[in-house]
Ligand binder design. Structure first.
Ligand SMILES: CC(C)(COP(=O)(O)OP(=O)(O)OC[C@H]1O[C@@H](n2cnc3c(N)ncnc32)[C@H](O)[C@@H]1OP(=O)(O)O)[C@@H](O)C(=O)NCCC(=O)NCCS
Length: 331
């Protein structure tokens, strides 16, 4: 009796086990298929199956490499390869192609002579800005078809996927730099007017001065020797700087501005560094700039970059008593 009971229990356990195993197997198979179906759906949804990604001449991998370059001040092929899990030979062909098309610049690394420091050139930044704007617009269109609540659910679901699959915290700079494009000058004038009024009480005479500076920049723009850099964070403009020709040997740094919400990430310093690098590359001997003693964070950045205060003078402008300062950096 006892024996047959044991047999019965074992048999029923066996049935349960078998059912659990079958259920587990079919659930795994279903999960696998669901994930594969989702992958097929989403790759089509975001247009990665088309030959030129986002209607550009780049493949998806090239676009991904250019994205990484845009989000680092400088990087190396090894870092890029590790971050993207790309085969070294394949990556090296992509980078050679970028170099041949003038999209990246390579300089020997001061820390490791075997490595080159890679950065996007002006042309590379412009190419990335186009891809970025296109991707932004496509996702905006996708989101616009959903209610605010569904947009929230979608983003939460995506964050859940990232968390579950163990995404590493990003090591990149949280912004990109790009050359100016239509509409940017209006932003520069508007934000200078608003922020200097809020932060320093300057009146609209300052906004008028900024308007005249940007108008002159656009009307007399010399692309070989002048530049404007616009910083963007999450698709929004958050900063600007200009380097303009004062004479054949002297460049002038102007209109450095970073939105309060984007300050403290190193954007201001990076914008100044870009001006210095470009000025050196294009053969200027000196960079000069005019600032005011109340602009403490900017003075700190100029000082750290090696600029020296060469002249100061009190003046009454923009409704305030100010001390104007001229700073110079010998290149
Ligand atoms: C100046 C400005 C562009 C800096 O932008 P940012 O993106 O915050 O700059 P960064 O993050 O690269 O660096 C800011 C530096 O200033 C320092 N700083 C910030 N506030 C400061 C202050 N009140 N006094 C001294 N240093 C200050 C920070 O500590 C940091 O230096 P660190 O890296 O050595 O610690 C931004 O503050 C701004 O737009 N100010 C108003 C406009 C302006 O003054 N423009 C200059 C025109 S000449």
């Amino acid at each position: 009796m006892i024996k047959s009971n044991i047999c019965l229990t074992m048999a029923s356990k066996l049935v349960v086990c078998c059912e659990e195993t079958c259920m587990a197997t079919s659930t795994i198979a279903q999960r696998l298929e669901a994930i594969r179906r989702f992958n097929r759906f989403y790759t089509q949804q975001i247009g990665v199956l088309t030959e030129g990604y986002l209607e550009s001449s780049f493949s998806l991998t090239e676009a991904r490499v250019i994205y990484e370059l845009a989000h680092h001040e400088t990087t190396t092929a090894t870092e890029l390869g590790n971050e993207l899990g790309l085969d070294a030979g394949y990556l090296s062909r992509i980078l050679r192609n970028f170099k041949n098309h003038g999209l990246i610049d390579k300089q020997p690394s001061p820390r490791d002579g075997r490595q080159s420091l890679l950065r996007l050139t002006e042309q590379g930044q412009a190419a990335f800005a186009k891809l970025n704007a296109r991707s932004h617009a496509d996702i905006e269109t996708m989101l616009s078809r959903l209610s605010a609540e569904d947009q929230h659910r979608l983003v939460e679901a995506m964050l859940t996927i990232e968390r579950l699959l163990g995404v590493q915290p990003e090591q990149k700079v949280p912004y990109i730099l790009r050359p100016h494009q239509p509409g940017d000058m209006g932003w520069v004038v508007h934000r200078h007017g608003v922020l200097y009024a809020q932060e320093y009480g300057w009146d609209e005479q300052f906004e008028a001065l900024v308007a005249s500076i940007v108008a002159e920049f656009i009307q007399n723009y010399d692309p070989k020797r002048e530049r404007c850099w616009i910083a963007e964070m999450n698709g929004e403009i958050v900063g600007s700087v200009f380097l303009v020709k004062k004479s054949d040997t002297v460049a002038k740094l102007r209109l450095l501005l970073v939105e309060p919400k984007a300050r403290g990430f190193g954007i201001g310093r990076r914008l100044v560094d870009e001006c210095i690098r470009f000025a050196r590359q294009t053969g200027y001997k000196t960079i000069a700039l005019w600032t005011n003693s109340v602009l403490l964070a900017a003075r700190h950045i100029y000082e750290q970059a090696g600029f020296r205060l060469v002249h100061e003078e009190p003046h009454h402008s923009f409704g305030q008593d100010l001390i104007g300062e001229t700073w110079e950096l010998n290149l």
